[in-house]
Design a protein around this ligand. Structure first.
Ligand code: ATP
Length: 242
């Protein structure tokens, strides 16, 4: 379980996250929606300490992730993240991209990591790409490799930060399908997205953020069909009218 308590984040004098409190259960899929600049990315980047909270605490399975120590390093390693711009290593092959972290952290031997990468590539239908470099892949393929790379570490949770926003429209579906399948496996997922159909249909709960605050949180279907807060209603009326 992820527990976020009284989380605040400032950039300079700008108060970006304002007293966020949130609990995410194991196996839950959470979609995080809201206007540009509302703090969605900053919030998920705080969960894995890519951004250090200014104040407040984040607990993963009861352990404060800010605490140093070997056990905490391991917990942090098991929070996967997939980014809008893939962040694959350009000078490594697809297979090397996937095996690098489990080998470097000592989680798997080289042979184990390669077997795991091959299994993951099979499920992504990308085994034929194992020896190529990322530059020869389409955006959708790169993003599926980025998801496979994250899965190679056996994460307890994966954070998705607008992972389809940089893709050509025809490639969005293939990445969302991989995420849908992952959701069915019981993976805990926090998904910042502008894909409203995904946010409504795949997520268990949806969160609407505005101005650094959680304005509304509810079962995803209910948040979309019966928004309670006027700001949620206004946002949804704008994004759903197309
Ligand atoms: N490293 C940083 N330094 C200073 N300001 C930052 C930094 N990162 C984010 N911000 C600011 O924090 C605010 C929230 O940004 P964030 O990226 O979390 O919003 P978002 O809701 O994810 O937006 P979008 O949907 O456009 O990605 C914005 O005003 C942004 O300019």
């Amino acid at each position: 379980m992820i527990k976020i308590q009284n989380l605040n984040k400032f950039f300079g004098d700008k108060h970006i996250l304002k007293n966020i409190n949130l609990e995410i259960n194991d196996g839950e899929v959470i979609s995080l929606i809201g206007p540009s600049g509302s703090g969605k990315s900053t919030l998920i980047r705080c969960i894995n300490y890519l951004e250090e909270p200014t104040s407040g605490s984040i607990y993963i399975n009861g352990k404060n992730i800010a605490t140093s120590g070997k056990e905490i390093d391991k917990i942090r390693q098991n929070i996967g993240m997939v980014f809008q711009h893939f962040h694959l290593f350009p000078h490594k092959t697809v297979l090397e991209n996937i095996t690098l972290a489990p080998i470097l952290t000592g989680q798997l031997t080289k042979i184990e990591a390669e077997q795991k990468a091959i299994d993951l590539l099979k499920t992504m239908d990308l085994l034929d790409k194992k020896d190529v470099y990322p530059s020869s892949l389409s955006g959708g393929q790169k993003q599926r490799i980025a998801i496979a790379r994250s899965l190679a570490m056996d994460p307890t949770v994966i954070l998705f930060d607008e992972v389809t926003s940089a893709l050509d429209p025809e490639m969005v579906g293939e990445v969302l399908n991989v995420m849908k399948e992952l959701a069915k496996t019981g993976m805990t997922m926090v998904v910042v997205t502008h894909e409203m159909a995904f946010a409504k249909q795949v997520a268990d709960r949806a969160i609407f953020m505005a101005d650094g605050e959680i304005v509304e949180i509810n079962r995803a279907v209910d948040l979309f069909e019966h928004p309670q807060n006027p700001r949620t209603k206004e946002f949804l009326s704008k994004v759903l009218e197309y």
